[in-house]
Structure formats: C-alpha cells, structure tokens
Design a protein around this ligand. Structure first.
Ligand code: FES
Ligand code: FES
Length: 213
C-alpha cells in the first residue's frame, strides 16, 4: 500500500523542480492572511481565502480542539501543527516532513483529514479540530486504535497518530470501506517502518467491510 506521493517511490519534489520550502512560502505570505489547507489522499483539497492584512506580530486566536476552546497568541505565519505542539502541548500530531507529503501531522478538521503542517493556525479558527489525544474515551481506545494494536499496525509509532486520524476520517465517510477505498484514503500517509498491511487489516476489521482472512 505504497502512498502515491511517497518520494521514495518516484521523483522527489526537488527532481521536479519544486524546491521552495513550504515554511519559506508561509513566511512570505504571513501578513496577507492567505493559507493553504492540505488534506491527504483522495480527500485532498485546498482552501484559499483572503482577509484584511494582519500581523506580522502575534494575534489572539481561539482554537477549538477535541471539543474544548483554547485561547492563544500566534504570529499569522504559525501553522496549526506548531500552534498545537509548541503552544498547547498537544504533541500527538507529529512533524516529520513539514511540507505536506508524509501525513504524520494529520488531524481531522471539520470532518476531513488535514495536514496540519500546511494549515495556518489562524485559518483553523471556528473549525472543529480533532486530534489523536481526543480519540479514546477515558481508558477505552477507539475501535480503530484497538484494531491497530491487535493487527501490529505500529512499530516505531511515529506515523501512527496521523494514520489513525486519516483512517478515522475515512471510516466516518465510508463506514464499511473497501480495500480500494482504504488504499485511496490512506495514500497521503507514509510509514517508513512498513506497517501498511497491519493498518489495512485494522481499518478493514473496524469497518467490518471484509472479515479477516
Ligand atoms: S509533517 Fe505534515 S505532512 Fe509531513
Ligand atoms: S511505525 Fe514507524 S514510521 Fe510508521
């Protein structure tokens, strides 16, 4: 289940001449209020909006994460990922590529899987943000989390939160996904440890679309 955008599977962005870092780009647009929200796999989407210039200094914002409002101040260029990890101590979403290619930073925003490294925090205001930290109910794991454990869908675990959030978004859209739908839904996430088979089985079992062989 190799992701379509796995650089190791083909040409790298640099090979294709795309060598401007996402962070450098965000720094140049921070004061204009322009942002890109990148969503993994076939759910991929891009949002562009404009507003009156703000910043470049910190501005007060409120982020609603896992059902709770959080008030903080950030510069307009700060990504949702950095705001959550560095300001709110929510470190479930991981920073790996930091340029919208690996999926380790995936959270669910308004019901859709989003690369939080590629969405500005200010653009996430007014949206329902769900993270891996909010998935379990007390000590009871989400059924998908439990299935990932049972199917050995994790090794080092660094990609796992992103995979789980992408899979939860997929299951909420397709409660009984086919193998093809799972592959498409998770193709924006990369696991360097190669846990794709276990993850696929875990999503299948959770959706009960196909019984275990
Ligand atoms: S860290 Fe966001 S996609 Fe890789
Ligand atoms: S479990 Fe190690 S990167 Fe996926």
């Amino acid at each position: 289940m190799a992701p379509k955008d796995d650089p190791s599977a083909g040409a790298t962005p640099e090979d294709e001449g795309v060598n401007v870092s996402r962070r450098a780009f965000l720094k140049t647009v921070g004061v204009t209020g322009v942002a890109a929200g990148v969503i993994g796999g076939p759910e991929a989407d891009a949002q562009t909006s404009t507003s009156a210039p703000i910043g470049p200094g910190e501005v007060p914002i409120t982020l609603r994460i896992d059902g709770k409002p959080h008030q903080l101040k950030v510069e307009p260029r700060v990504t949702l990922l950095d705001a959550m990890r560095d300001r709110l101590d929510k470190t479930g979403a991981k920073r790996v590529c930091d340029r919208g290619t690996c999926g380790a930073c995936t959270a669910i925003v308004d019901g859709r899987a989003v690369y939080t490294c590629s969405m500005l925090a200010i653009e996430a205001q007014g949206k329902e943000i769900r993270t891996i930290e909010g998935l379990a109910q007390g000590t009871a794991l989400h059924p998908l989390q439990q299935a990932v454990v049972e199917h050995d869908g994790t090794m080092c675990g660094f990609c796992t939160p992103g995979f789980v959030m992408a899979a939860v978004a997929l299951l909420e859209k397709h409660p009984k996904p086919t193998v093809e739908q799972i592959r498409d839904g998770l193709d924006g996430n990369i696991c360097r440890c190669g846990t794709y088979k276990g993850l696929l089985e875990a999503v299948l079992e959770t959706g009960k679309g196909v019984s275990r062989g």
